[in-house]
Design a protein around this ligand. Sequence first.
Ligand SMILES: Nc1ncnc2c1ncn2[C@@H]1O[C@H](COP(=O)(O)OP(=O)(O)O)[C@@H](O)[C@H]1O
Ligand SMILES: [Mg+2]
Length: 219
Amino acid sequence: MKEAGTEEQSPELGKSTGKFITFEGTEGCGKTTQAEMLSRHLRSEGREVVMVREPGGTVVGEKIREILLDPRSGDIAPITEALLFAADRAQQLRDVVRPALRKGSIVVADRYVDSSLAYQGVGRGCGLEAVKNLNDWATGGLEPDLTIILDLPLKEGLARAGRGEWDRIELESLEFHRNVRHAYQALKNLYHQRVAVVDALGDPGVVHERVLAEVEKAI
Ligand SMILES: Nc1ncnc2c1ncn2[C@@H]1O[C@H](COP(=O)(O)OP(=O)(O)O)[C@@H](O)[C@H]1O
Ligand SMILES: [Mg+2]
C-alpha cells in the first residue's frame, strides 16, 4: 500500500518517533489487565502513553463494537466480521493511533491486526492471506514495534472471562478458541522479529514483570 502515498496510509510518516506495542491472546488471558499495568508503568517513567482498545475508540468504532460483540447480532458472515474489524481499525488508526505516534507517544493497544489473523483468518476460516491483505489495506501496513501474545490454557482463560457476561465471540465453541490459540502460536513463527510470547499463568504482578522484560528488550 506504500504507493498510495497519502499521509494516512504511509507507515513511515505515521510512526515517526512513537512506539507501538500491542497485546494479543485468547479470551481472558489478561490483555486489558496487562495493557493497563504497562501503561501505568510507562507513565510513571514520564512517557506519554495512549491506550487503545479495539473494536472501539472512535464514535464509529464504538458503533461497530456494538454490532460485533452483541450476541443479538446473530449469525454474522465471517467475511462481514473481518470487514467490520478492519473498518474499525482503519478509523482508529487515522483518528487516534497515527496522531499519537506522530507526537512521539507510546501507543499500547489491547488487540490489533493479529487478532483478525487469528480469529477471522483461522478461527472463522477466512484464510490468513485474505485477512492479511484486507488489513494491510486498512492499516497502510502499519506494524507494531512489539507484540506481546499472552499465552494461557483455554480453560483458565474462559474461567477468568466467565466472571463477566459473555460476548458474541466469547460464546464460540471450545474448538474455535483452541484454533485461535494455535493460530497465535503460528503467528509467533511468522512474525518472530516483533512477537514475544509471554506465559500468562500466575498473578497479574508476576505476568507484568515478564511483560516488562520483553518491553525493555524491544524498545
Ligand atoms: N494473572 C491473572 N490471574 C488471575 N486473574 C486475572 C489475571 N489477569 C487478569 N485476571 C482477571 O481475569 C479476567 C480477564 O482479564 P482481562 O485482563 O480482562 O483479559 P482479556 O482482556 O485478555 O480478556 C478479569 O476479571 C481480570 O481481573
Ligand atoms: Mg479485554
